[in-house]
Design a protein. Structure first.
Ligand SMILES: C[S@@+](CC[C@H](N)C(=O)[O-])C[C@H]1O[C@@H](n2cnc3c(N)ncnc32)[C@H](O)[C@@H]1O
Length: 266
């Protein structure tokens, strides 16, 4: 305990005076954050309690709290991969761990080919497709998600290519995929991503999309949540085979939600 306390206090700056000190405070918080189980729902408060238990004085904790609060807004995106790492390393999934039902229906009568699972998470859809004979590539920025997908594929006796990538850097290719899966993805529904995705489909290739819908109408809403009818415009270059705006149970929510579903063909 004493040793832990010493290590913590030795690592942290005595007072937060410079940009370098602030950086160090933030880095230490991020390191701590990514190791916490998903049951820690208010990480900032839990971290301050952790500092208190480690013997840091009230004034120093106060200083760190201010930095962490400011950076948590300015650098929110930095925490996203770690949030999903925490989600996927939890023993109890907080989402439907089976394949997405729209996807299962959309490929039922389609001959398997090359599939891309965008933001594959822990691979629930990728493993399903691979077990149906598809040659699957998936990517996600959560290293834990990709690790879980690889483990699930091994367990199911199928092979897939699972990559730790951000969609911002991923090379979708041109006319490469017979199927692109966007299941509860965080890809902003705007250019350049949508064009990249549509261009990456082969002729007759399918795009399968499902997500919670943004009902707030607010400017600040997450750019990856479709607004009513937005998918019809965004994927207007595809032949729309199916479009639904329904209230139903969602793979990534505990309660019925308004969901948008789209299946389009190139
Ligand atoms: C709600 S989950 C959906 C996961 C999976 N498609 C499914 O349906 O279970 C969103 C996923 O997007 C990933 N993600 C979010 N932003 C990303 C980015 N910029 N690049 C790569 N992956 C990202 C997260 O790590 C997470 O696995």
């Amino acid at each position: 305990m004493l040793r832990r306390r010493f290590l913590l206090l030795a690592a942290a700056p005595a007072a937060v005076r410079s940009a370098g000190d602030e950086e160090k405070v933030w880095r230490e918080y991020v390191e701590w954050y990514r190791r916490q189980p998903i049951s820690v729902t208010d990480p900032r408060r839990s971290y301050l309690e952790h500092l208190e238990r480690s013997g840091l004085g009230a004034a120093a904790i106060q200083e760190r709290a201010k930095v962490i609060e400011r950076f948590s807004i300015q650098r929110r995106e930095e925490l996203h991969p770690f949030f999903f790492d925490r989600t996927y390393s939890s023993g109890t999934p907080r989402f439907n761990a089976g394949p997405n039902s729209l996807l299962a229906e959309a490929v039922r009568d389609k001959a398997p080919g090359r599939a891309l699972d965008v933001h594959m998470g822990q691979g629930r859809n990728a493993v399903f497709l691979a077990s149906k004979g598809w040659q699957v590539t998936g990517f996600d920025f959560s290293a834990e998600g990709v690790r879980a997908a690889e483990a699930a594929a091994r367990k199911a006796g199928v092979s897939l290519t699972a990559l730790v990538r951000r969609h911002e850097d991923f090379d979708f290719g041109r006319a490469r995929w017979d199927l692109v899966v966007m299941s509860y993805t965080w890809v902003p529904l705007r250019e350049p991503y949508i064009q990249r995705i549509v261009e990456s489909l082969r002729p007759r290739g399918l795009l399968v999309f499902e997500h919670l819908m943004d009902e707030s109408g607010s400017e600040g809403a997450a750019a990856w949540l479709p607004k009513p009818n937005q998918l019809l415009q965004v994927f207007g270059g595809l032949r729309i085979l199916r479009y639904e705006d329904v209230r139903a149970s969602a793979d990534w929510s505990w309660r019925p939600e308004r969901i948008a579903r789209l299946v389009g063909e190139k």
